[in-house]
Design a protein around this ligand. Structure first.
Ligand code: 5GP
Ligand code: MG
Ligand code: MG
Length: 193
């Protein structure tokens, strides 16, 4: 898509609805941190988990969450994208695979949003294939879908309606990842693209 510009990004946002403001988003991140802290605080230091942020959507969630975690952890990122140049469907493409050793470890995967679940299902399977002892999935947002997903999140920040959202790391063609709240784009606006 060559013809997507800042002006178009502005129009989409003008018509969008803010479904969670910045304060609600931060409260949700705190809840995720509380749950992870409760679960991993008591771990033996030798068993510290490997936290993997799924780029690029999880970058903001990850950056807000990590300073609130209070147990020893190793952090790295993986890069997987599904939607590519389209907002619907598409294959899961691995751009950066897990690098630190995964075998025998507890892995916490952080992602922006669980939509159809194809991305996280493949991420989880790959980590298990690499010998992970356990894969814990924490997502900032979980989208309500009628049909069942191939994977479940263990920890969810916000449950959101089945709408295309931007903000807090989530983009439309690279735009609006910087918004502190979560905005739902009008479906009719996405069709015109
Ligand atoms: P899934 O495989 O679960 O359908 O797709 C997950 C990935 O697609 C997410 O990690 C995210 O990068 C992208 N995605 C899914 N739903 C949305 C959405 O509503 N808005 C944006 N900006 N990205 C989404
Ligand atoms: Mg993603
Ligand atoms: Mg995207």
């Amino acid at each position: 898509m060559q013809e997507f510009h800042a002006e178009r990004a502005r129009t989409l946002l003008n018509n969008a609805e803010e479904i969670f403001d910045g304060a609600a988003v931060q409260a949700a991140v705190r809840q995720v941190a509380d749950k992870l802290n409760a679960r991993f605080d008591r771990l033996d230091n030798a068993a510290f988990p490997l936290v993997l942020g799924v780029m690029g959507g999880a970058v903001v969630f990850t950056g807000n969450l990590l300073p609130q975690l209070r147990f020893p952890l190793e952090f790295d990122y993986i890069h997987v994208s599904r939607y590519g140049d389209d907002d619907q469907g598409g294959n899961v493409v691995w751009k950066v695979i897990p690098r630190p050793s995964v075998a025998g470890r507890i892995i916490i995967v952080l992602d922006d949003i669980l939509d159809e679940g194809e991305t996280l299902a493949q991420v989880k399977q790959r980590l298990l294939d690499m010998g992970a002892a356990e894969v814990v999935i924490a997502v900032f947002a979980d989208k309500a879908l009628k049909r069942s997903k191939p994977v479940k999140a263990d920890i969810v920040g916000l449950s959101i309606p089945n709408k295309f959202v931007v903000g807090f790391g989530m983009d439309v063609y690279g735009y609006w990842r910087n918004l502190p709240g979560l905005w739902a784009i009008r479906p009719e606006d996405l069709k015109q693209r």
